[in-house]
Design a binder for this molecule. Structure first.
Ligand code: AVI
Length: 322
């Protein structure tokens, strides 16, 4: 109880430090990891159900089409393994895979890792209701710490899922250091299963991050509202405009909030000046080519085993082996 409270205080301090630092920079920025408070989680759920946000359906399509093949790759001889998932989410896609594995009587533990115990409890409830035979072993904590522990565990194969193009929210350097660290923590023969959004018609991409109903805009404004709620800021979200851009060369879809007027905003006794149309960068959602993705795999020490595409070739689930 005290430990949780202490952790919460440390997290809040870090949030304040990051926001103050980001808004004091030459190019103002706030990390997209702060999108995800309770309200932000709920808006992201709405985003995933929007027609414009094609990523969810594309990855679901891959799971539906290739589930049998995936199950065989994970456990060719029906040997027991750990199915580890980074970031619990709502389990919508994973559920397809879990059902497939169970229907083939393949023995496995499902090990979702998340920093939120609440997210894990909810997932446990929703999954085990429909799958009473599922061995659910959710672990609260940091991805790498948990991988370290599992590495020494019971000599089983580890299969790590990192779905939903979450890798896109990292810069190139962050992505490489993330996948390299996973490669280091896994044993020979273990697998990394990564879902990645591919480069495509820029109009299709921009629409996914600028839906006409304004849900994605609200996702961004929630960041300002969160700063007001938790750090005592006085942002007026109406005085900012959601502004996504996409560069087909780098594959970077970037979101920013532009100050519609010249204004000053106060946060915890600090004043920040905004020129008219000055941006606060909030998110990068990078799109990859298959070639760029394979380079990332090789540079981080993996071998690409196979690529699975949806019927439109919008998205790839790539399976890497160590
Ligand atoms: C979580 N992440 C992969 C989403 C993305 O597509 O970058 C977050 C998101 N931001 C705006 N819409 C969705």
């Amino acid at each position: 109880m005290f430990e949780t409270l202490e952790k919460e205080i440390v997290k809040q301090k870090q949030f304040l430090t990051d926001v103050l630092e980001g808004l004091s920079s030459e190019t103002k920025h706030i990390s997209s990891k702060y999108f995800y408070d309770k309200k932000g989680d709920a808006i992201f759920q709405q985003i995933m159900h929007m027609d414009e946000y094609y990523l969810t359906d594309a990855e679901l399509n891959i799971f539906e089409t290739h589930k049998c093949e995936i199950a065989k790759i994970f456990s060719p001889e029906k040997e027991p393994f750990n199915l580890i998932e980074f970031g619990a989410g709502d389990g919508l896609k994973t559920k397809i895979l879990l059902n497939e594995l169970l229907s083939h009587d393949i023995p496995f533990d499902y090990v979702p890792i998340d920093i939120s115990q609440n997210a894990l409890d909810q997932l446990n409830k929703s999954l085990t209701k429909g799958m009473p035979n599922l061995s659910f072993k959710g672990i609260q904590g940091d991805y790498f710490e948990v991988l370290n522990r599992l590495k020494e565990d019971n000599g089983r194969r580890n299969v790590v899922l990192f779905l939903g193009s979450n890798i896109g929210n990292f810069t190139n350097e962050e992505a490489l250091s993330f996948t390299s660290e996973i490669a280091e923590k896994l044993n020979a023969g273990d697998l990394f299963f990564i879902g990645v959004d591919l480069k495509k018609n820029p109009r299709k991409i921009l629409l996914a991050y600028n839906d006409p109903t304004g849900i994605t805009a609200e996702f961004n404004y929630n960041l300002l509202r969160r700063i007001n709620r938790e750090l005592g800021g006085n942002f007026n979200p109406d005085q900012f405009e959601h502004h996504p851009t996409y560069d087909p060369v780098t594959g970077e879809c970037k979101s920013a909030l532009l100050s519609k007027i010249e204004q000053e905003v106060e946060i915890d006794g600090h004043t920040f000046h905004f020129a008219q149309w000055e941006p606060i960068h909030t998110e990068i959602s990078r799109k990859y080519s298959v070639k760029q993705l394979h380079t990332l795999a090789e540079k981080s020490g993996f071998k690409v085993k196979t690529d699975l595409f949806d019927s439109n070739k919008y998205f790839v689930d790539s399976i890497w082996e160590i």
